[in-house]
Design a protein around this ligand. Structure first.
Ligand code: SF4
Length: 345
């Protein structure tokens, strides 16, 4: 271990003054010392991905971390993701490099607000998209991802009202796909996907008339109507593997990874502005500070932990459980070239 490792600096700003290779050395050494694993979400900065032990989506990463012997999990993502890691590994210490890295969509609905909605609809079933806080998951009957939202809605008896939180666009997509009229959608959204507009789609089509337009269901209905295919990021990766030209309606981190993997194919973002700033709040300096100071620890009330685990497990039972990536998928994911994810989650 480098001698500099014995000297903890005070603030993340002090760490930011160190050169990148010194930060990487410090991160790797401290990680060993703490018996920690670093989880890097697909939308993280490249330098964070490079020091991560696992790359992927929030649920897959949390499940992979739960299967390790690590004592400490450092989640480089946003707050609800670190909570999910804690839900699945209650005995491990879960840390986040920047506590302010939240997901605006998850923050649209609080536990109190959901309780009020549930009081207005006695007997309704609550479906929580995995991009939600642990408290909201714990108050819900079942979770869903963008890949299985339709299947989850179909699993609920037709005469039962469904409260769908927090993404209004995914709720509208599930309602349209299932023909359900009794879905009460929370008025939340992901600003990255909701901000994509028809004019951008039309411009991308004009520039690349040969390309398939694939759009994530977190986008608005008018955009989904104009798409050739509506699918999760996992579905987008499959499409990238078989198509020569694709316009991607999702966070552009996915497009950059696909371009790296298939440099000769025509892959373009539907919107150049589709970037999640919250995901990019984690830096090497904050990660080094986080490991040195064992901060910021994410803790959960045991009842929240238990309730969120139940809602997640119901979803996994319905979907046939979580399947670890194949050897080839794991190799591509480790190289940052494939995502098994479904949206951020
Ligand atoms: S991309 Fe959207 S859903 Fe994902 S973390 Fe950012 S704001 Fe939240």
């Amino acid at each position: 271990m480098s001698s500099t490792l014995t000297d903890r600096l005070e603030t993340p700003l002090d760490y930011a003054a160190l050169p990148a290779d010194a930060l990487v050395e410090r991160i790797r050494a401290r990680k060993e010392e703490l018996n920690a694993v670093i989880l890097g979400h697909n939308y993280q900065r490249v330098e964070i991905q490079e020091v991560s032990d696992y790359l992927g989506d929030s649920l897959g990463l949390s499940q992979e971390a739960a299967d390790t012997e690590a004592d400490v999990i450092v989640f480089c993502g946003v707050h609800f993701m670190a909570e999910t890691a804690k839900v699945l590994s209650p005995e491990k210490t879960v840390l986040m490099p920047d506590l302010r890295a939240g997901c605006p969509m998850a923050d649209f609905v609080t536990g109190d607000a959901l309780r009020r909605l549930q009081a207005q609809h006695p007997g309704a079933a609550t479906v929580a998209y995995v991009n939600s806080t642990a408290e909201v998951k714990a108050l819900s009957d079942i979770c869903c991802t963008s890949s299985n939202a339709v299947r989850v809605v179909e699993s609920i008896p037709e005469d039962r009202t469904i409260l769908f939180v927090p993404d209004r666009n995914l709720a509208a997509y599930a309602a349209e796909q299932t023909g359900r009229e009794n879905i009460v959608a929370w008025d939340g959204y992901c600003y990255v996907h909701d901000d994509m507009v028809l004019e951008e789609l039309a411009a991308a089509r004009r520039a690349h008339p040969e390309a398939k337009v694939v759009v994530h269901p977190e986008a608005r209905a008018d955009l989904l109507e104009q798409a050739d295919i509506v699918t999760s990021t996992a579905g987008m990766v499959d499409i990238a593997e078989r198509e020569e030209a694709v316009i991607f309606g999702t966070e552009r981190g996915l497009v950059d990874r696909m371009k790296k993997r298939f440099p000769l194919k025509t892959f373009v973002p539907l919107s150049g502005a589709a970037i999640c700033g919250n995901m990019k709040m984690n830096t090497l300096a904050k990660l080094a500070w986080c490991l040195d100071h064992r901060q910021h620890e994410v803790t959960l009330d045991p009842s929240v932990q238990e309730g969120a685990a139940r809602a997640l497990q119901r979803m996994l039972d319905l979907s046939g459980g979580w399947t670890p990536p194949s050897e080839e998928e794991a190799r591509l994911e480790a190289a940052g070239l494939r995502s098994s994810g479904c949206g951020c989650a």
